[in-house]
Design a protein around this ligand. Structure first.
Ligand SMILES: NC(=O)c1ccc[n+]([C@@H]2O[C@H](COP(=O)([O-])OP(=O)(O)OC[C@H]3O[C@@H](n4cnc5c(N)ncnc54)[C@H](OP(=O)(O)O)[C@@H]3O)[C@@H](O)[C@H]2O)c1
Length: 218
C-alpha cells in the first residue's frame, strides 16, 4: 500500500542503526532512509488488498528491511498496517507502533505476565517504560519502576505501585521476589536485576542486539 506520511517518531532504534549497533542482525546498506513509525493516509492499495482503501487513516511499524518513515511517502505491506484510532491525532498515533509492539512482545508474548504477578520495569518515565507500566497494570500485575525522583508522581499517575528513585536508591537492595524484570538500561543494571527475581523469574532485556555470551540465569 502507498501511504502519505503525516507524522513519524524518532526511536532509539533509529540512532542505534545509524551507529551500526545492529548491523549483524539488520544488515542495512547505507545510505538509507531511517524511521520505524508512521501515521498517515492511504494513497493507493494493491490489487489483493481488501481491508483498506484510499483515504483511510492508518498507522504502522513497517517490517524490518522495509523501514524509511522519515519521508513523505512509503510503500508498506498491508499486513503491517492498522486503522488509526479516531481518538488519536496523527502525531499521537505515530508515537505508538514500535514502542507498543515492543511492550506487547515483552509483557504478553515473552513474559506471559499474569494477574497478581510482580514486575519491575526499569526507566518507567521513558518511551518504553510509560507504556509498559500501563499495559502491566491493565494485565493486573503489581508494578515497581525506577525513575528520577522528579518523575515519581508522573509514573505513579500511570499506575506504578512502587517507585524507586535511581539517583538516590538502589533497587536491588529494596526489591525481591519479582516474577519479571524489563530492562532497557545497561549491562550493570541487567546483572543487578537478577537479585530481585524470584527463582524461575524472567529478566527480559531490550537494550541491544542479542548477544549469546550474555545469557544469564536467575
Ligand atoms: N522505544 C522503543 O520502541 C524501543 C524498542 C526496543 C528497544 N528499546 C530500548 O529500550 C531502552 C529504552 O528506550 P526508551 O525509548 O524508553 O528510552 P527513553 O524514552 O530515552 O527513556 C530513557 C529513560 O531512562 C531513564 N533512565 C536513565 N538512566 C536510568 C537509570 N539508571 N535507572 C532508571 N531509569 C533510568 C530516564 O528516566 P528519568 O528521565 O526519570 O531520569 C528516561 O526516562 C533503550 O535501550 C532502547 O534502545 C526501545
Amino acid at each position: 500500500m502507498l501511504i502519505e506520511i503525516h507524522a513519524t517518531a524518532i526511536n532509539q532504534l533509529d540512532g542505534k542503526i545509524r551507529d551500526g549497533a545492529f548491523k549483524r542482525i539488520l544488515p542495512y546498506e547505507p545510505p538509507l532512509v531511517l524511521g520505524h513509525d508512521l501515521a498517515g493516509t492511504v494513497l493507493a492499495v494493491g490489487a489483493r488488498v481488501r481491508r483498506f482503501k484510499a483515504g483511510d487513516e492508518v498507522y504502522a511499524r513497517p517490517r524490518d528491511g522495509h523501514i524509511g518513515t522519515f519521508a513523505e511517502r512509503i510503500a508498506v505491506d498491508a499486513a503491517d498496517l492498522a486503522l488509526k484510532p479516531t481518538n488519536l491525532s496523527m502525531a499521537e498515533a505515530a508515537s505508538l507502533p514500535l514502542v507498543v509492539l515492543t511492550v506487547w512482545q515483552v509483557l504478553v508474548e515473552r513474559a506471559k505476565l499474569q494477574r497478581g504477578q510482580k514486575i519491575l520495569i526499569h526507566a518507567g518515565s521513558g518511551g518504553v517504560g510509560t507504556l509498559a507500566i500501563q499495559l502491566a497494570k491493565h494485565l493486573g500485575a503489581t508494578v515497581a519502576t525506577t525513575a528520577s525522583g522528579i518523575n515519581a508522581d508522573f509514573v505513579r499517575g500511570l499506575g506504578a505501585d512502587v517507585v524507586i528513585d535511581y539517583k538516590t536508591q538502589d533497587f536491588s537492595e529494596l526489591l525481591s521476589g519479582y516474577d519479571v524484570v524489563l530492562n532497557g538500561l545497561d549491562a550493570k543494571t541487567l546483572e543487578k536485576s537478577l537479585k530481585v527475581l524470584k527463582p524461575g523469574g524472567k529478566l527480559i532485556s531490550i537494550s541491544g542486539p542479542p548477544d549469546p555470551s550474555r545469557r544469564l540465569r536467575a
